[in-house]
Design a protein around this ligand. Structure first.
Ligand SMILES: [Zn+2]
Ligand SMILES: [Zn+2]
Length: 340
């Protein structure tokens, strides 16, 4: 190309080298976007095909995609998917930039993104409630990310790969399952502007709706190491250990197995020594609610049929996990005293 393309916006973009060295993980407002005579034209694209670094294949990138990107300090492991080490971003907009060298014009792809923070990336975040920070990070899952509205700009050539991300609405009881080892997010970090501070590497933020996900003890749920139980009355998840022990389940009356399964406590979290399963992070509530509705619609069903239906629908691993939960002592919600 030798003709000058019509500019759609008069802004100056940093060079690729600057992006890599200096601005890749800085906030957008730190990047010089000023009107200048040697502008670079930008036009917005709905999608773009970029060469991903990890698989050496081209990948179509669209708005709302989540990407692994290579940062300036990223230590790339021998495994192509050593994904923990990469930064993750949410694509807000895609721009085609045009730069000129001598008489030739070159196209370059820039992605305007919001950062996602993992357990290891949270160091540079200053939280609204500093006293909870250490505990909050500690309780994030290994493959959990925190969505943010902290903007950044990355060059198309820094894309390592695309990332599938599950939404986990942690305060609900009927959440879709989350496969073990997959990336998921439940929290959003709202970026509080703090321009008076000189330290630009620190992001000042607040975790949105944090209160909704706290147990009575004031702590969040650690999907990798804790068990929680749901209180239907408060619509709230509580650590099993934070509830008052009431007594054994099903002591006097002996309901049928189907009734017992349907009324099993809604729990979540991996049980020690057990293989993690799809329902562990989000909980048993979704499946048990389905089963409870089936039992209601089929009140006179034979025991064997009711058990077979349960196993066929949810599998042996889930069946055994629920049987284990039925052996849990009955506990009361510390807030409303409902038996859980
Ligand atoms: Zn608790
Ligand atoms: Zn309650």
């Amino acid at each position: 190309m030798s003709e000058s393309p019509p500019p759609t916006q008069s802004v100056r973009l940093p060079t690729l080298d600057q992006l890599r060295r200096r601005t890749l993980f800085k906030r957008l407002d730190e990047i010089t976007l000023s009107r200048t005579p040697d502008y670079i034209a930008l036009s917005q694209l709905s999608q773009v095909s970029v060469q991903t670094l990890s698989r050496d294949a081209s990948e179509t990138i669209k708005k709302k995609d989540i990407l692994f990107v290579v940062g300036p300090d990223t230590k790339r492991g021998p495994e192509p998917h050593h994904a923990q080490t990469y930064w993750k971003v949410y694509v807000n907009a895609i721009y085609l930039g045009v730069s000129q060298e001598h008489v030739d014009w070159y196209h370059e792809i820039f992605l305007y993104c919001d950062y996602l923070y993992g357990k290891r990336d949270f160091g540079a975040v200053r939280l609204h409630r500093p006293e909870i920070k250490a505990e909050f990070i500690e309780r994030l899952g290994e493959t959990e990310l925190v969505m943010s509205d902290v903007p950044g700009i990355i060059h198309g050539s820094t894309v390592e790969d695309k990332c599938e991300l599950y939404r986990f609405e942690s305060h609900r009881v009927n959440e879709p399952d989350i496969p073990p080892g997959s990336w998921y997010y439940r929290y959003e970090l709202t970026h509080l502007s703090d321009k008076s501070k000189g330290d630009n590497d620190i992001v000042h933020g607040k975790i949105k709706d944090l209160q909704e996900t706290l147990c009575e003890c004031g702590k969040t749920y650690s999907p990798d190491s804790e068990r929680q139980i749901f209180c239907k009355h408060c619509r709230r998840w509580l650590h099993v250990d934070c509830c008052d022990v009431y007594g054994p389940r099903f002591e006097d009356s002996e309901p049928t197995l189907a009734q017992q399964l349907a009324s099993a406590p809604r729990t979540r979290g991996v049980v020690e020594d057990a293989e993690p399963n799809d329902w562990n992070i989000a909980g048993s509530g979704r499946n048990l609610n389905k089963y409870a509705r089936w039992v209601e619609r089929n009140p006179g069903e034979e025991e064997e049929e009711a058990e077979k239906y349960f196993v066929d629908k949810f599998g042996w691993a889930f069946y055994n996990a629920v049987l284990t939960d039925l052996k849990l002592e009955e506990v009361r919600c510390p807030r409303c005293s409902t038996v859980l």
